[in-house]
Design a binder for this molecule. Structure first.
Ligand SMILES: Cc1cc2nc3c(=O)[nH]c(=O)nc-3n(C[C@H](O)[C@H](O)[C@H](O)COP(=O)(O)O)c2cc1C
Length: 305
């Protein structure tokens, strides 16, 4: 048995070098698959793992003796990197300052984003945790304003044929299935959004992705946890902010390109390899606007138990 993903269905292979191992048991304590066990003071591979090694790499990363190697499931010792010192890492204060400085930016300078910066953003985003390793997140990179704008225009053409999705008759049929909140959201937000996107595009204004110089589409596969692409996109957003770029999520495209043949054809046209329960576009560029204040936001509730 191994946990299946779109990238691999094999188990990770645990290679334990007994010459180096000092049986400290740290690897056993961090392995939540119970692939490793300690018997009579000796570390060994268990014959009763929960799923079979996921190749999360924790045992390999915690071993002070470098006695464990994980291979398979898209993982190897080549992936290991030195941990940066605490002094080099962001403090809570500097992280909070970054968060307070961030705003959703919808007005971008007509300046391209250097491809090295896109690489840096992607490098940071790939450090995101995932439901199950290896990550099943895919990223589609639109690396110029022209490509981003052309996509928005094409999407608006596509939406013209999807308006039935927000029609009165469809919402009436879906009311008992979707429930009250969804119906209210469709009437109050999704329907006006669809009409605004297409109407503004007709007038020559792109309010889908605001002609951003870069768009990254994070999506996943049916195997993945739906949260994975959203978490990765959030990491990318913060990385972009740290590089002096402005960002804005665009969540409205993804749901429209999931179901049905027309949606599949649209996805295929852009090389989108999977339909995905969740997915999101991240728009990136140099901000044209500068905010003079930040704002404290609140959750709907925080209940301490
Ligand atoms: C999941 C998600 C989807 C979003 N989708 C859009 C979108 O389609 N278009 C847009 O202009 N902003 C979008 N936003 C940005 C929000 O509108 C924005 O975060 C919110 O207004 C608060 O502003 P702030 O990000 O500056 O704090 C999205 C944000 C999130 C988290």
């Amino acid at each position: 048995m191994a946990i299946p993903t779109s990238r691999t269905k094999e188990r990770g292979r645990i290679i334990l070098n007994k010459d180096l191992c000092n049986d400290c048991g740290l690897c056993v304590s961090v392995c939540k698959d119970f692939s490793l066990t300690i018997e009579n003071g000796k570390v060994k591979q268990s014959d009763k793992p929960l799923f079979g090694c996921l190749a999360c790499g924790h045992c390999m990363m915690i071993c002070p003796q470098k006695a464990i190697t994980i291979e398979g499931r898209c993982t190897s010792t080549d992936d290991l990197i030195d941990i940066p010192s605490k002094e080099e890492a962001a403090s809570y204060k500097s992280m909070l300052n970054l968060l307070y400085r961030r705003r959703s930016i919808r007005e971008f300078k007509d300046v391209p984003v250097e491809s090295e910066l896109i690489d840096k953003i992607l490098e940071a985003a790939q450090t995101a945790p995932m439901g199950l390793p290896p990550s099943d997140v895919h990223v589609l990179v639109f690396d110029s304003k022209e490509k981003v704008s052309a996509f928005a225009e094409d999407f608006c053409h596509y939406l013209e044929n999807m308006k039935w999705f927000v029609s009165k008759w469809f919402l009436t049929i879906m009311r008992p299935i979707w429930g009250k909140a969804n119906t209210e959201l469709f009437k109050g937000f999704v329907r006006p959004c669809v009409y605004a996107y297409t109407d503004y595009m007709m007038k020559g204004e792109n309010i889908v992705n605001y002609d951003a110089p870069v768009a990254l589409y994070f999506y996943a596969t049916p195997y993945s946890d739906p949260a994975d692409p959203l978490i990765a996109a959030t990491y990318a957003m913060l990385a972009a902010e740290s590089l002096g770029l402005g960002t804005c999520f665009n969540g409205a495209v993804h749901p429209f390109i999931q179901n049905g043949k027309v949606a599949r054809l649209f996805r295929e046209k852009y090389g989108i390899k999977h339909k995905s329960r969740e997915g999101i576009f991240l728009l990136i560029g140099y901000p044209k606007v500068k905010y003079t204040a930040s704002i404290k936001r609140t959750f709907a509730s925080i209940d301490r138990i």
